[in-house]
Design a protein around this ligand. Structure first.
Ligand SMILES: [Zn+2]
Length: 281
């Protein structure tokens, strides 16, 4: 399988689906990560914090956009290697991205046509009123680009259409565990990331300049992946909502569902102590 992730910012891929990517990479699947913005202005902790010091270090306090972006890219490259992302494509657009832009849709469609992924992972777009949220615009762009790449025609574009088979959306801010509560809005698929959670911790520890290393890496995985894990019946999980319906020959029943013992699973999946296992460096 070839997976392409499409996210707004450098760290998004790791925080949302880094564990899933690590599992697929271990399975021999190809992973391409497309990142739309350089993220120079968001979570610029390393630089803002330097200015709060009595005696700021010149090299950090005087860093320009190019240096800030290059530093963040270095962190991203290290994180990508840890989870097994085979190819990193950074469009380096500005952080300010409040509207859907045709030329960005073209650029993303271009990448889809070049890599021809089977599957795309991107953020759930939340709602269109929140366009100040770059994640919303990134997914609006990704979905528009999926449509555009699917209408490529050799006669006109020099290349055939690209058909992505499924899109998995992350960040649905809903923790319902069944299809009836909350009007059925929920994550409908979980990936157990417990076997690779060390990779996710280590990859998040790379994002030091935005304050994600150490405490926050552990907090996010314990709380967010821990809560999705509770819903999934495992220690840590990443959650997805599928864009397209699935067609099967027979009704599915997963291995995890067959394995689960409802009487004891909540105790079993609570034994893993992330901070004891991976102390803050
Ligand atoms: Zn982000």
């Amino acid at each position: 399988m070839k997976i392409m992730t499409i996210y707004a910012h450098p760290a998004d891929t790791i925080t949302n689906c880094g564990g899933t990517l690590a599992r697929h990479a271990a399975n021999g699947d190809e992973v391409v990560a497309l990142i739309l913005t350089h993220g120079g202005r968001i979570h610029a902790n390393r630089y803002a914090e330097e200015w709060r010091k009595d005696d700021p270090e010149e090299a950090i306090a005087a860093a320009g956009l190019d240096q800030i972006v290059a530093h963040k890219k270095g962190e991203l490259e290290r994180a990508a290697e840890i989870v097994g992302i085979g190819e990193l494509v950074t469009l380096d657009l500005d952080d300010a991205m409040a509207v859907l832009r045709e030329e960005v849709v073209d650029q993303v469609a271009e990448q889809l046509a070049l890599h021809r992924p089977d599957v795309v992972i991107c953020d759930y777009p939340q709602n269109p009123a929140m366009t100040a949220n770059t994640h919303t615009v990134a997914t609006m762009t990704a979905i528009a680009a999926l449509g555009r790449a699917s209408t490529h025609l050799k006669n006109l574009d020099g290349r055939a259409e690209t058909n992505v088979r499924q899109v998995f959306l992350t960040s649905v801010p809903v923790a319902a565990t069944d299809g009836l509560s909350l009007y059925g809005t929920r994550n409908d698929l979980f990936v157990d990331i417990t076997p690779v959670v060390d990779r996710k911790v280590a990859a998040m520890d790379c994002f030091e300049s935005q304050g994600y290393a150490g405490l926050f890496a552990r907090k996010l995985i314990e709380s967010s992946n821990g809560e999705f894990g509770r819903a999934a019946g495992v220690n840590f999980a990443e959650a997805y909502s599928r864009l397209y319906n699935e067609t099967r020959d027979l009704l599915p029943l997963t291995e995890a569902a067959l394995r689960a013992d409802p009487l004891t699973r909540h105790v079993e999946y609570s034994r893993f102590d992330l901070r004891a296992r991976f102390p803050v460096p």
